[in-house]
Design a binder for this molecule. Structure first.
Ligand code: SF4
Ligand code: FES
Length: 507
């Protein structure tokens, strides 16, 4: 919609309105006590029955409901029986009330679900063997669990050709179950309003307004995660991998200001995709920007061409030789970017000649378009973690002076070109040029590795386990997802080796 501010405001307004409509937003008072399948439970006022049932240990199947989107009750899959009420109720829009007796698996509820499944499968193609969603498809899972196993459909199924919604998203309308999650996302979260429902009845279809694409939507990839079936697929991941081969490893998004929790889906020592890893009660973690999502390609390094040798003055050298050259050069300062893990950087700090010779760097700013998704303007997400470990940010000019004056002779730099601004890159280059000895550790080697006196092949963040502290003071861990090639080591190991070698070297 022209003029619409693409931020979370529209989402908040829509969700507040929807929750108010069902009376859940301003619910106050004592905690309602209710019985779910004869289990007594007390929940917060305003809790939806769907959530209350989950808390009591009963998973209710659902398609259209999503914690970050307004409730609409379109799929009718989440119906439960409430004793004393003549009709079944949709648990995604019914509040838990005091004294309620809820039956999630009564014959009426089971029958209703089987009926819904039969309707949903009426036009759904049996193309699971070639569908990207197979293995994580709610329609597949629920039809096994709740379907009747029969179909009374004798008419030919509705057929559409798949369509590109731009370069990132492909839609296969045959598979769509009209849950409208994707449409609500573009209305309530991205505010870009490309998707809509066209036509009625059997002709109902999800499409874009006037042939628009989703290319201008910086959050477009999220509609693929939201789609409970394989109707919306990612051009990037489509037909690349069967999901049951993938092992999800908990990590963080290094390309968001908040280092949001994500899954790195791994197989054969390669990452095949990044996905959000939602934290309970934190709806902003349900989504990620496309610029983060597709950034896994950056870490897909070819082991045959990746530098895996330590170099000292252009010649291959051992870690001990590099450590000795560093020790001989004289007082050393350590510069580390605030996008590296706390453990790695803290160990590297042990190489600094004095505690005040630890400097933080990184000036990458991400434009804020969705405040609730990205509350910090500072793209250097571990700035706080490093500052707490004694690293001083904003003092690179001071270091340059101290290097030029000869007070600091050697510089150890942990760097990733992606997170330095042009101005900062210039100062860092001046520091490297002025230093008598420079040792650069770049997971993805760049110009600084070329100009340094020595360089070590270091692992990327996906190849190590570490943690960061966000701007809000929240600790986030990430696990090793990939094995580095032979010769390439995590920063922690290099720091330990260098310190050990300098302690044992003859003075
Ligand atoms: S495309 Fe997927 S998310 Fe969108 S309405 Fe259809 S099933 Fe739901
Ligand atoms: S989840 Fe309740 S009606 Fe769809």
């Amino acid at each position: 919609m022209p003029g619409q501010s693409p931020d979370m405001e529209s989402y908040r307004v829509a969700r507040t309105r929807a929750m108010a409509h069902i009376g859940a937003s301003d619910a106050k008072g004592p905690m309602p006590n209710l019985k779910i399948n004869n289990i007594e439970i007390a929940v917060e006022p305003g809790t939806l029955l769907l959530d209350a049932c989950a808390r009591a240990g009963f998973d209710i199947p659902h398609y259209c409901s999503h914690p970050a989107l307004s409730p609409v009750a379109t799929c009718r899959m989440c119906m439960v029986e409430i004793k004393g009420q003549p009709k079944l109720a949709t648990s995604c829009t019914t509040m838990a009330m005091d004294g309620q007796e809820v039956l999630t698996h009564s014959p009426a509820a089971v029958d209703a679900r089987a009926g819904v499944m039969e309707f949903l499968l009426m036009n759904h193609p049996l193309d699971c063997p070639i569908c990207d969603q197979a293995g994580e498809c709610l329609l597949q899972d629920y039809s096994y669990k709740y379907g009747s196993g029969d179909s009374r459909m004798v008419e030919p199924k509705r057929r559409y050709r798949y369509e590109d919604l731009g370069a990132k998203i492909v839609i296969d309308k045959n598979r769509c179950i009209h849950c409208t999650r994707c449409i609500r996302f573009t209305q309530e979260v991205s505010g870009t309003f490309e998707l809509t429902v066209a036509n009625r009845g059997a002709e109902l279809e999800v499409t874009t307004y006037a042939g628009r694409t989703m290319d201008d939507n910086p959050l477009a990839g999220n509609v693929v995660d939201l789609c409970p079936v394989g109707a919306l697929t990612s051009r990037d991941f489509r037909f690349n991998k069967r999901v049951w081969y993938l092992k999800p490893v908990p990590t963080i998004s290094r390309h968001s200001a908040m280092a949001n929790p994500i899954w790195a889906d791994v197989d054969q020592n390669r990452v095949w995709r990044f996905r959000p890893r939602p934290l309970e009660g934190r709806t902003a973690t349900c989504f990620m920007f496309d610029h983060e999502r597709y950034r896994y390609h950056r870490y897909d390094l070819d082991p045959t061409t990746r530098p895996a040798r330590s170099l000292l003055r252009g010649a291959e050298a051992s870690g001990e030789q590099v450590a000795e050259a560093l020790r001989e050069a004289g007082p050393a300062a350590v510069v580390a970017q605030g996008t590296f893990g706390c453990d790695a950087v803290q160990r590297l700090a042990g190489l600094a000649a004095a505690p005040d010779l630890c400097f933080g760097s990184g000036e990458c700013l991400y434009p804020i378009r969705f405040p609730a998704l990205q509350p910090s303007a500072d793209g250097i997400f571990n700035r706080r973690g490093l500052a707490e470990r004694g690293y001083r940010f904003g003092a690179l000019e001071e270091l340059l002076e101290r290097v030029r004056s000869g007070e600091v002779r050697a510089v150890v730099m942990l760097h990733d070109a992606e997170f330095s601004s042009e101005g900062e890159t210039r100062i860092l280059r001046d520091i490297l040029e002025a230093a008598r000895f420079s040792l650069v550790l770049e997971p993805i080697p760049g110009a600084f590795s070329e100009m340094a006196t020595a360089r070590l092949p270091v692992a990327t963040y996906l190849e190590e386990t570490d943690f960061i502290v966000t701007h809000e003071g929240e600790l986030r861990c990430y696990k090793k997802a990939l094995d580095p090639p032979k010769g390439v080591k995590p920063i922690v190991e290099w720091a330990r080796d260098l310190q050990k070698a300098s302690r044992t070297s003859p003075v």
